[in-house]
Design a protein around this ligand. Structure first.
Ligand SMILES: [Zn+2]
Length: 363
C-alpha cells in the first residue's frame, strides 16, 4: 500500500524522496522492460492496485532523437491554468509530487523503473484496491480512471487483470469490434476436466448493446452445470458462431473434443457446430423445444382443455425408446390432435419432428 503523505508546508517542492525513505515503494522493481510502453503498463497496473492513476508526464530524447527516458506521474500532478479544463476532465489537480522515471539502460538492453518521488499530497482512491475496482467506482473516479481510455480498453484491462483468456474480431472495413470471446481461468480448468458435453445457448436483451450473448456451459461428472465461455456476437450468423466455436476448440487437445453438443434450434449454430466439431453428436435441448411449442400452441387449447393431454402425447413421442415405439406414439399424437388441433399437429410435425427428430427423440 502506498502511503498518502499530507503536506504541511506551502509549496509542494518540499516533498522529496526522504519523506518516504523508510518504506520500500510498491513501485520498486528490478524488472527490465523491453519498451517504455511495457514499463508504463506495469506501473499503471501497479497503480490501480494501490489507488494511484499513473499518467505520462513527459518523455526525453537522446541526441539521435530516440526516446530514452519517460517521466510518469500521478494524475493529480500538475496544475490547471484555466478552470474550463478542470470541468472537462473531471480530475482535480493538486500538483501532486509523485513521480516515476523510466530510463533506457544500454548495459541491460532494456528499460528500468526508478521511483523518484513516492509521495502524494491527497488521499489515495481506496476504491481502487482489489480486483473489481472498476465496477465499484463512483462517477468522479470513473472519469479519472477512464480518462484517455475507451470502454473497450477498460473492458480488456479488466479481463487481463482477472486472468481471462479472451479474443475478439473486428469488422475489416469499419475496424469496429464485432465478436468478443472470453473464458475465466477457473472455467478453463473445468473445461479441460469435463470437455465431453457442451450446452450452447444464446440470450438477447441482456446488455445495453443489444448483442446476442452466447453462453457455453459444461456438465460435470456429478451433473452440475458450469459456465465455460461467454461471447458477444454481432450477428447470429454461421460465421460468427463458427468463430466462437473455433476459439473454444483452440483451447482443447485433439483427444479432448466434445462428444455431445446440446443446442437450441438455430440452423446457423447447428451448421457451425457441424463444421467445427464434426464428430460430436448434436442434440437439441428438449426444454427449449417444449418452451417453443408452448409459446406457439398453448393458446389454441381452451383453458383446462386437453393441454395436459397434448403434453402427455408429446412426451411419449419424445421419449420413445425404439423406432417402432416412435411410430406408435407419432400416430397417437396425430390421431389425438383432430379437428381444431390439427394445426398444432402440423406445427410440431413440420417444425420439429420431420427435420429434427434425430436430434431430440430418445430412440
Ligand atoms: Zn498523487
Amino acid at each position: 500500500m502506498v502511503k498518502s503523505v499530507k503536506l504541511t508546508g506551502e509549496g509542494n517542492s518540499k516533498v522529496g524522496v526522504g519523506e518516504n525513505s523508510s518504506n520500500i515503494s510498491v513501485f520498486s522493481t528490478d524488472k527490465i522492460f523491453v519498451s517504455p510502453d511495457e514499463l508504463k503498463k506495469w506501473a499503471e497496473k501497479n497503480g490501480r492496485e494501490n489507488g494511484v492513476v499513473i499518467v505520462t508526464e513527459r518523455t526525453k530524447k537522446n541526441a539521435k532523437g530516440e526516446v530514452n527516458k519517460i517521466f510518469l506521474m500521478c494524475d493529480r500532478g500538475g496544475v490547471y491554468k484555466s478552470t474550463a479544463k478542470v470541468k472537462r476532465s473531471g480530475t482535480i489537480k493538486t500538483d501532486c509530487p509523485f513521480q516515476l522515471v523510466g530510463k533506457y539502460h544500454d548495459g541491460y538492453g532494456g528499460w528500468m523503473l526508478q521511483v523518484s518521488r513516492d509521495a502524494h499530497n491527497h488521499e489515495l482512491a481506496q476504491h481502487m484496491e482489489g480486483h473489481s475496482y472498476a465496477m465499484r467506482l463512483t462517477g468522479e473516479q470513473k472519469i479519472t480512471i477512464f480518462q484517455g481510455e475507451s470502454h473497450i480498453e477498460v473492458l480488456f484491462r479488466h479481463l487481463d487483470d482477472k486472468g481471462y483468456t479472451h479474443d475478439f474480431c473486428k469488422n475489416p472495413s469499419t475496424n469496429a469490434m464485432e465478436d468478443l470471446f472470453f473464458m475465466h481461468p477457473t472455467s478453463y480448468n473445468m473445461f479441460r476436466s469435463f470437455p465431453h458435453v457442451l450446452i450452447i445457448d444464446t440470450t438477447y436483451n441482456t446488455n445495453v448493446y443489444k448483442l446476442p450473448f452466447v453462453q457455453i456451459v459444461g456438465v460435470t461428472s456429478t451433473y452440475k452445470t458450469i459456465t465455460i465461455a461467454l461471447s458477444f456476437i454481432a450477428k447470429e450468423k454461421e460465421d460468427n458462431f463458427r468463430w466462437v466455436l473455433t476459439r473454444l476448440k483452440k483451447m482443447l487437445h485433439e483427444c479432448m473434443m466434445p462428444r455431445v453438443i446440446l443446442t437450441y434450434r438455430d440452423l446457423a449454430l447447428i451448421n457451425a457446430c457441424n463444421v467445427v466439431f464434426p464428430d460430436a453428436a448434436k442434440l437439441l435441448c428438449r426444454w427449449h423445444i417444449s418452451q417453443n411449442i408452448k409459446k406457439h400452441c398453448k393458446q389454441s387449447f381452451a383453458k383446462g382443455n386437453n393441454w395436459e393431454f397434448f403434453e402427455e402425447l408429446w412426451s411419449s413421442v419424445v421419449f420413445s425408446p425404439t423406432p417402432a415405439a416412435y411410430e406408435y406414439s407419432h400416430k397417437r399424437l396425430r390421431d389425438g390432435l383432430t379437428r381444431k388441433h390439427k394445426r398444432v399437429f402440423e406445427y410440431v410435425n413440420t417444425n420439429w419432428l420431420v427435420k429434427y427428430k434425430e436430434m431430440f427423440v430418445s430412440a
